[in-house]
Design a protein around this ligand. Structure first.
Ligand code: UDP
Ligand code: MG
Length: 321
């Protein structure tokens, strides 16, 4: 339950963002200057290899409602979000990137929207125009088509992790304790009413994106596996299809032999079919392996993250924002 006086918690996962921390802090101060309550900033340092930690400590020294969670290694953005949620005390919770791609001013709009519209629990920013290549766009479209067909929940294309939601939704996310976290899926799975707010995404201020095509691909496949068991049915359907075709073929061969006495030479066909079926079988085993591997890791119940240090603030110590 939330019984603090914090109105808004900003959760900011940071991985190698040393050059962005100070400008981000300044921008938050500027954009949320008009905010009508106390807000806390929760920076999660996700095992950065640069001076992000140092920069964050500088900010913490300002005693300005800042919390720092310092991970023992890189656990990924999803784990960082989870760690931030556990610490968040606010009535509203916002998740924001550290690279200044998402201007804090939108958080004001999001909170205002939620205060004016009781029927909504969450505002998610979605990008009107995406600045990315045609090929990536094509694959993303394909991914959303696929995942929406395979799962009962709806995934909205272009909806980002940049969102603001109420306390009850944060509590629901915290209840999702799985190790393999796919936040797009988690947000959809828990339900609640989400409003999609168009926003203009900025260019990354400093540093590079952590997403390569192959990382995105694995993330996408992971998302499907986390929220759908449909691929497992693939081997059943494939097996049924193959058996049916083989049966018809067998009947045809026997009839041909009996009626016409034709000996069918079939070296190429046999080799082709063996290779095809071998490939399909391995593919099916691979799919099962993916699920098995995840089940294996989940049953270990390892922690989602490990923090080596946590810095907080005293409720009455910081300057009011
Ligand atoms: N991030 C993180 N851990 C990681 C990778 C990224 O905490 O392992 C953070 C990163 O510092 C940034 C946010 O997640 O604040 C989004 O990352 P990025 O900008 O690389 O993603 P993109 O905006 O390109 O989707
Ligand atoms: Mg970014």
């Amino acid at each position: 339950m939330n019984n603090s006086n914090v109105k808004l918690s900003l959760i900011i996962p940071c991985y190698n963002e040393e050059k962005n921390i100070a400008p981000l802090y300044d921008l938050i101060k500027k954009d949320l200057g008009q905010f009508h309550g106390t807000y806390e900033m929760i920076f999660v340092n996700d095992g950065s290899r640069d001076d992000t930690r140092k920069e964050l400590k500088k900010i913490h020294a300002k005693k300005d409602y800042t919390k720092i969670i310092d991970f023992s290694r890189n656990f990924g953005k999803e784990a960082a979000i989870y760690a931030g949620l556990l610490e968040a005390k606010g009535e509203f919770i916002s998740i924001m990137d550290a690279d200044l791609q998402q201007r804090p001013k939108y958080v004001l709009d999001m909170v205002n929207f939620l205060e004016e519209n009781e029927e909504y629990d969450c505002v998610a920013a979605f990008q009107k125009r995406r600045k990315e290549s045609m090929i990536l766009r094509f694959f993303k479209k394909l991914f959303y088509r696929l995942i929406n067909k395979m799962t009962k929940i709806t995934f909205v294309q272009d909806a980002s992790d940049f969102r603001t939601f109420r306390r009850n939704m944060a509590d629901a996310i915290i209840e999702m304790k799985e190790y393999f976290r796919f936040s797009k899926g988690i947000f959809s799975w828990i339900g609640f009413e989400t409003y999609y707010m168009p926003y203009e995404v900025e260019k990354r201020a400093n540093g590079k994106t952590k997403w390569s095509f192959s990382k995105l691909f694995h993330y996408g496949v992971g998302g499907i596996i986390s929220f759908s068991t449909m691929p497992l049915r693939f081997s059943t359907v494939m097996g049924m299809g193959c058996s049916f075709c083989s049966l018809i073929y067998l009947v045809a061969v026997v009839l041909k032999r009996l009626l016409h006495g034709v000996e069918i030479p079939g070296y190429a066909t046999i080799v082709g079919l063996i290779l095809l079926l071998g490939g399909l079988e391995l593919f099916a085993i691979g799919i099962m392996g993916e699920y098995l591997a995840r089940t294996y890791v989940e049953t270990k119940k390892r922690p989602i993250f490990i923090a080596r240090e946590k810095l907080s603030y005293k409720e009455d110590e910081g300057k009011m924002s």
